[in-house]
Design a protein around this ligand. Sequence first.
Ligand code: SGN
Ligand code: CA
Length: 531
Amino acid sequence: MYRVLFCLVVFLCFSIEMVGNDGNRIAAEERDSIQRPNIVFLFSDDHAVNAISAYGGPLKDVAPTPNIDRIARQGAVFLNSFCANSICGPSRATILSGKHSHANGFMRNGNKFDPSQWTFAKQLQASGYATAVIGKWHLSSNPVGFDYWEVLPGQGNYYNPVFLQMDGSKKKVDGYVTDITTEKAIEWLDGRDKTKPFMLMCQHKAPHRTFSPALRHLGSFDDVTIPEPDTLFDDYQNRSRTLAGNEMEIDRHFDWAYDAKVRKDERGDVKLPAPDRYGTPEYNRMSASQRKEWDEYYGPLNKEFLSEYAAGKIQGKELVRWKYRRYMRNYLSTVKAVDENVGRVLDYLEQNNLADNTVVIYSSDQGFYLGEHGWYDKRWMFEESFRMPFVIRWPGKIPAGTQAEELIQNIDYAPTFLEMAGLTPPKSLHGKSLVPLFSGESDWRKSLYYAYYELGEHAVPQHFGVRTDRHKLIYFPISSEWNLFDLESDPNEMKSLHADPGYDSKLKEMKFELERLRTKFKAPPYPLPKK
Ligand code: SGN
Ligand code: CA
């Protein structure tokens, strides 16, 4: 008997130590006296703030986001929210760990997240939360810290996707990934342990490449005029020479079948200019009836395009514009399904009396270029992909209609979730809880650190930088170049001021600030490790 008791005490001490290792906990009585809120983290992949109405950008009148806007309207929109490293796996690792990439070890896609490290999910779970993650994960190792998980392997697929199960098996589900991810999330909510508060991460694949819409949404944007960005025909002058070497232009790199949805077998003898490298993996996954619907929509449009192209009517800039419209119609259609599914979760919370005590967040792993600088994809520290959406609703704690301007980053999410749950974040985290901002706290950081470590995908070089409310400094080690931008006079970042004598002292100040942050976060020296 005593031996059993002794073992139990040792086990409890050990569990407490595990949690306490990297973070303090509050006493159980104190914790139980607080009504701990549930947390629903609705997340997507590559959703640019410009494609969310609540952000008021150039596409605000066409972005199909009434439900995401509803979260913002009933709570807060963080207008200056950024990522630490604009790429999928690293952003997700930063969210879980509250640390910059070099400190959590996940510096680029293809790395493996070390599941033995501290995460906010582990600490919430250990403190009594029911936890689940469903949908895109992309961290290679299996999720840890979750009572339940069901995730897409790697990038996942849009149509009839496969989900990895906790027992190691794979399950293919018919339908559209955004709908299925939500159905699984709601199913988990319904069957969860209702004696506990819960934390759910519902993580969509959309609107990630190949920007493939739900079949019910094909054509949703055909009658809509989508404004063209000012920088669609950027010439890449007056900034780092690495820009011109990029491989993410709508003009030169958008794949005909894969991205633009004009299949080879539809073209007859019309020859389209390169590239055409990746085929139609999503189309190939569809059932005969799904393909029929797809073909009924794209078929006639492609036929018309090909005949006009063959007649020489769509060339040069007009061809880029055609591709831009095709890209945006597809991209916004995938966003439409994400938003509908955000609405389904909000409705579920309301119908089940959970809305008042549930914090709902909508975010996405990084931003994306919607034709700005002529691009699709992300990675660069330029505004469109550096920015990350963050809207949050917490009834009674965040005043409705809040428009927050502080510089926040994905390093802040973990400490925020912990403070919401009445827990103390570990001291080793790089981020800060946003909770004090909800009640008007004004003492906040003045600059953000950015580090991009990939080794050449889309030909974007490693770069490092710092951003304040008005200025941005970027360092490109591969070419030893500095770029400095004044975001007030040059919001599109078209001309670096690093060599402008009028900006000498600003350049010095920003270099100093970058070094200060690198020292503070113990960033590795340049050149950076290749593994
Ligand atoms: C894939 C895409 C790239 C994209 C990366 C990273 N190609 O490799 O275009 O930049 O993902 O995206 S694809 O042919 O697989 O679509 S991320 O969101 O996972 O970081
Ligand atoms: Ca992404």
